[in-house]
Design a protein. Structure first.
Length: 319
């Protein structure tokens, strides 16, 4: 008997495949992993650049406030909050600082978002008590409406794991008590702008305040910068560009530290260059003898031949 095969039916039917094989799936996963590894550094760099841009904009707004304050106050430069004890209104707060911390302490058994009794400003920027005792009470209040301007986005101040939270906000790393440090901004003002006055004075007339038009001021003088996240950097609203006064620049931004200059310009300045301009850091400028005429962009205090490099804290001017 002769067999006949239908012309439209294959002798060996093909097997239909609706899914990847294991090998194909592994290849796809490997390709995705390689692409992700290539993109992550690019995305991370883009994030860092955006944080620098926000930080520069923050500084620019604070620079505008600095100049508008002088315009509205007879050309007088704002007080730098040099010292935590006095009650004089400054750029960041109006002391004494102990009264502010007391006002920000929550009644027992309440706890703030970070688990302490302190109403931490980075998380509670819009809280009425924080606004009342800090950002609506300082000298820049008429010119800076958004309290977020005082904070660098890369500081991670709302994270318990951050250096700021452990080293500045808490009394001891890993502890549960608040340090009482100045925790109102990522930035500090250069005490040179007020001639490094006596931090304990209670009389505004004892401060060495100067006018913006003072001949000792230059356009490139630094008035604000980001300090390293250490307790000594945030004991008040101001510092000296000195290793012994918490003046070390921050390493939050990979390529440098953001600064604000007297002319209102902002800049991402290289970390090592900043150290070379500051006192008692590796690579700092040569020792300047007392009475020597000398200054740089960080040491320019009027009335001092050395710009306050060797003096300060109420020392008598020498020129």
């Amino acid at each position: 008997m002769k067999l006949h095969r239908s012309s439209n039916r294959p002798l060996f039917p093909q097997i239909r495949r609706d899914a990847f094989t294991l090998v194909e799936l592994l290849v796809v996963i490997a390709i995705i992993a390689i692409l992700a590894a290539m993109l992550m550094p690019v995305l991370n760099a883009a994030k860092q650049r955006s944080q620098v841009a926000v930080c520069l904009n923050n500084m620019r707004q604070l620079g505008l406030a600095f100049h508008m304050y002088a315009t509205d106050n007879g050309d007088w430069v704002v007080y730098s909050n040099w010292g935590p004890l006095n009650h004089i209104q400054g750029w960041l707060y109006q002391g004494p600082q102990a009264a502010i911390n007391a006002a920000l302490t929550l009644p027992a058994p309440q706890k703030g978002p970070l688990g302490t009794s302190q109403a931490c400003p980075p998380i509670n920027l819009t809280t009425p008590v924080v606004q009342k005792f800090i950002y609506k009470a300082n000298a820049f209040a008429p010119f800076v409406a958004n309290a977020g301007v005082y904070w660098c986005p890369s500081q991670q101040a709302t994270s318990k794991a951050s250096q700021w939270f452990q080293n500045v906000f808490l009394s001891t790393p890993g502890g549960n008590t608040v340090s009482g440090n100045d925790i109102y901004s990522s930035y500090i003002m250069n005490g040179a702008i007020n001639g490094f006055p006596n931090p304990n004075t209670q009389n505004p007339t004892d401060l060495q305040l100067y006018k913006l038009s003072n001949i000792h001021f230059r356009a490139d003088n630094v008035i604000l910068w980001e300090p390293e996240d250490k307790a000594g950097s945030f004991n008040d609203g101001s510092s000296k560009a000195d290793a012994n006064d918490g003046g070390e620049p921050s390493k939050r931004h990979v390529h440098g530290c953001v600064v604000l200059r007297l002319d209102g310009g902002t800049e991402l300045q290289q970390y090592l260059y900043m150290l070379s301009q500051m006192k008692d850091f590796p690579g700092y400028s040569p020792t300047v003898p007392n009475g020597t005429h000398w200054n740089n962009e960080f040491f320019y205090a009027p009335g001092f031949k050395d710009g306050g490099y060797n003096e300060g804290n109420g020392a008598s001017p020498d020129q």
